[in-house]
Design a protein around this ligand. Sequence first.
Ligand SMILES: [Zn+2]
Length: 235
Amino acid sequence: MITDVWYWVVIGAGMLLSFGASALVKSTFAKYSQFTTRSGMTGADVARRILADNGIQDVRVERVPGHLSDHYDPTNKVLRLSEAVYDQRNMAAFGVAAHEVGHAIQHATGYAPLKFRSAWVPLANIGSNLGIWVVFLSLVMGAARGAGLPFIIGLVGLGLFACATVFTLITLPVEFDASKRAIVALENGGYTTTEEVEGARKVLNAAAMTYVAAAAASIMQLLYWASLLLGNRDD
Ligand SMILES: [Zn+2]
């Protein structure tokens, strides 16, 4: 397997996608951080206003260290914004702040894909940590000959890894929906000009690419291991 050129093609393509997407987010965020918004509000102000607009009163907005470390914590109902978002008055900060509020709205309204995604987390963790090792072990045991216990173990491993792949896929609608809610909230709340909304949208579109890249990398890995196990290729 390790000597198989396809293994390195799959791993390399996954890494390229991931680095490319992360570079795109960083450069797009940096670009639109230069554009000051006219309202005079910070990312934290906008987040609190959109939460209030949606009748959400039990979510706190806090500052968190790090770059692009912004997230919504549904367990503690805390929206954590990085310094480059919390204190700043620009299009990038507005986009990210509104996106995280989008997740808080999903949580408050019981958005089904978010519930499914949260329930899937333990399986996804087991799958991503164990799945490939189980498939690898089964192949060492001769699973590629297509019969017996090693093959069954291989199928179990493949199923486990597929759980991780499903997680990357169910993340996509959750993230796209949060960004859609963000843009609607910024537009309807009157917090931005049309031009400012476009800047926020570009930042969120770039951020979405990191999730698309992760899903694509996971699918490629799943197909690779499936081809070794199911394709009768005993290498
Ligand atoms: Zn998100």
